[in-house]
Design a protein around this ligand. Structure first.
Ligand code: EPZ
Length: 430
């Protein structure tokens, strides 16, 4: 049964919550566990549908996967297949991270090409170009990628694309290079902390990597990797979402376990908007309403993260001025704008730029989630809106936020998760 969230706006959120583990660190790290026949134990993995789905894919590949307690996963990939079928890949774009792991472990991979999604086309040309530069034979037939890395040799490759680097593309190249003979120098590598976390885990497995989390990563191939134990970093995007929840309700929210160094561009914009921010080595506090307009351009790390664009748009609906948000990563990532307009927002989307004329009263309405971060943005706006909001297709939210409504309730929000048929008939999607 589909589920919906029912929110009554107007509550002020106050208190402290603990950051969960990073989805975008956990997914490539789970894939990387296929690089060894040894035991890999992971801690601090968030309880998300995408994580559970990645575990299913690993089991399909032949790995033994267990989840003995919340946050802990144990993977033993002794005998695995190099084939990953379309019906698994098409459900989750991040499954593309298996490509580098299968090439690194088996020197062969056969994987269906993942589809796009609502935030835009999700090409993999940079992934394939990188593998070819490494000396892999790459073929595309019938929607399947065939990679043969028998003759791969360490070399210098550049991951730059029209929108900068590629996060999962870099993850794939690092994983493939761990057992490729010679030294592979990856230039214009993605610098996201999640790539750094993957490199840290691979190093624990015996990989020889330098430049964790920088734009140039050097990998010296080794014969094989061994098992390890690793705790994933916390989720900077989830942290940013909760900080906005505090600010948008004129509240005071602290996220413990947050690393402010992972969110500098976002925190700068939060302060520029007039929200008060306090940080420590492992916490971030945000309090007070936004007062000023901002101009935001999303870019690869360390620029403003595209995954926090929708949430910041919701925040700027409160500022009686004109804020401008430009997407340099996913130019069409504005599906949330139309739904926010249903709540009274004045947003003009022109190409890759959205102009928000804030300060108009927001009123609750039935709205439709379209993707992971958009669904969070709709809930944030609902917290500040007058009256009742129903957010439908909550499965989008569950892909990237662990127990979101429970944790917002801990902070004082009036939000509940209900079966879709709890919605009044006249506003329910059929
Ligand atoms: C990762 O996706 C994240 N997902 C995304 O988070 C995030 O939005 C994105 O990076 C950008 O930060 C995971 O890490 C699992 P990219 P990824 O390859 O790796 C273009 C979320 O909400 N491109 O860095 O797929 C691409 O079109 C999700 O948690 C090519 O042109 O993103 C985009 O414009 C959504 N060719 C830009 O690069 C390629 O071969 C960045 O894409 C690959 C990408």
């Amino acid at each position: 049964m589909l589920q919906v969230a029912r929110i009554i706006g107007g509550q002020t959120l106050r208190g402290t919550i603990q950051a969960a583990g990073s989805k975008n660190s956990s997914l490539p790290i789970l894939a990387a566990s296929l690089l060894t026949s040894g035991k890999v134990t992971l801690h601090g993995v968030p309880d998300l549908s995408d994580v559970r789905f990645m575990a299913e894919i690993l089991r399909h590949q032949g790995a033994e996967v267990s989840n003995p307690k919340p946050g802990t996963w144990i993977i033993c990939a002794q005998e695995i297949t190099h084939r990953t079928p379309y019906d698994l890949v098409r459900k989750m774009r991040a499954s593309i991270c298996l490509l580098g792991a299968l090439v690194g472990r088996l020197r062969h991979a056969e994987m269906a090409i993942p589809g796009g999604c609502v935030i835009g086309p999700r090409p993999i040309d940079l992934h394939l170009r990188g593998l070819e530069a490494l000396g892999c034979e790459v073929k595309l037939e019938g929607g399947v990628i065939f990679v043969d890395a028998t003759n791969a040799q360490g070399t210098t490759i550049n991951m730059a694309g029209p929108m900068g680097s590629t996060v999962t593309g870099t993850a794939n190249m690092v994983m493939a290079a761990t057992t490729t003979p010679g030294i592979t120098r990856i230039e214009t590598a993605a610098c996201e902390p999640e790539v750094g976390d993957l490199c840290t885990m691979l190093s624990k497995m015996g990989a020889k990597i330098r430049g964790h989390g920088t734009a140039t990563i050097e990998v010296e191939g080794v014969a094989a990797l061994h098992g390890c134990e690793h705790s994933v970093i916390t989720d900077r995007i989830e942290v940013g979402t909760y900080l906005v929840a505090g600010a948008i309700t004129n509240g005071d929210v602290t996220v413990a376990g947050a690393n402010p160094a992972h969110l500098t561009a976002f925190l700068n914009k939060l302060q520029e908007a007039g929200v008060h921010v306090e940080t420590g080595p492992d916490f971030i506090r945000a309090y007070g309403l936004p007062q000023h307009r901002v101009e935001i351009i999303t870019e690869p790390y360390p620029g403003f993260p595209t995954d926090l664009q929708a949430q910041f748009m919701a925040l700027q609906l409160l500022v009686p001025d004109r804020s401008v948000l430009t997407e340099k990563v996913y130019p069409h990532r504005f599906m949330h704008a139309a739904e926010l307009q249903r709540m009274g927002a004045d947003i003009l989307v022109e190409g890759a730029t959205a102009t928000v004329q804030g300060g108009r009263p927001l009123s609750g309405a039935p709205v439709m989630a379209s993707d992971l971060r958009a669904s969070a943005a709709l809930i944030l706006a609902a917290l500040a809106a007058k009256g009742e909001t129903w957010v439908q297709r909550l499965y989008h939210l569950d892909r990237g936020y662990e127990r979101f409504e429970e944790r917002l309730t801990q902070l004082g929000a009036q939000i509940e998760r209900l079966p879709a048929d709890a919605m009044p008939k006249d506003i329910r999607e059929d």
